[in-house]
Design a protein around this ligand. Structure first.
Ligand code: GAR
Length: 201
């Protein structure tokens, strides 16, 4: 295999997807190629980013499908049909079941906007993570990229990057800085690392 086939799963704005697209263009990601974008939300701006980069995208609307089982069956069908090697959760706000994560061991990667094991697990997503960090009063936060297993945010850590908290930070300013200084850097680097490992085997 010369390049691993990547699917990126999204739910919202897709700035991490954009970081991956840009990294592929710049050659930072050279051992993998983004082949497919899957969104669980119709109208997610990430879908516009995929279209602009000429990457095929599919919406799998979790709510409309009625059950988590049917939703995951559709995901599996798309992943298998497209011969996907690496699944990247980039702002994907759905917790995947144990039967799903066990199907793709060390093949699912997630980016989380804190230094795991702080401010992570069920209920900690998006802006809520930064609100919790500010409420607690930690002085350093950051981002973590990890493999996904059956424990939410509990899989093996691939990379982490710390970001200092400022006295005047709001959840919004902190979220932006963590994205810019940490997430958009370590997510593409981690994806390259995992893809390089896969293609070398
Ligand atoms: C990012 O900060 C990502 O780390 C976080 O949501 C944001 C999505 O932004 N993900 C989680 O909280 C998952 N637990 P994006 O759609 O612009 O990439």
């Amino acid at each position: 295999m010369s390049r691993a086939r990547i699917a990126v799963l999204v739910s919202g704005g897709g700035t991490n997807l954009q970081a991956l697209i840009d990294a592929e263009k710049k050659g930072i990601i050279k051992s993998g190629k983004i082949e497919l974008v899957i969104s669980n939300k119709e109208g997610a701006y990430a879908l516009v980013r995929a279209a602009k980069a000429n990457i095929p995208s599919v919406v799998v609307p979790k709510k409309a499908l009625g059950s988590a089982e049917i939703f995951e069956e559709k995901l599996i069908q798309l992943i298998d049909e497209n011969k996907i090697d690496v699944i990247v959760l980039a702002g994907f706000m759905v917790i995947l079941s144990e039967s799903f994560t066990k199907r793709y061991p060390k093949r699912i990667i997630n980016v989380h906007p804190s230094l795991i094991p702080s401010f992570c697990g069920e209920g900690f997503y998006g802006l809520r993570v930064h609100e919790a960090a500010l409420e607690y009063g930690v002085k350093v936060t950051g981002a973590t990229v990890h493999f996904v297993n059956e424990i939410p945010d509990g899989g093996e850590i691939i990379m982490q990057k710390a970001v200092s908290i400022r006295e005047d930070d709001t959840p919004e300013t902190l979220q932006k800085r963590v994205m810019r200084l940490a997430e958009w850097k370590i997510l593409p680097q981690s994806v390259e690392k995992v893809c390089a490992d896969i293609v070398s085997k």
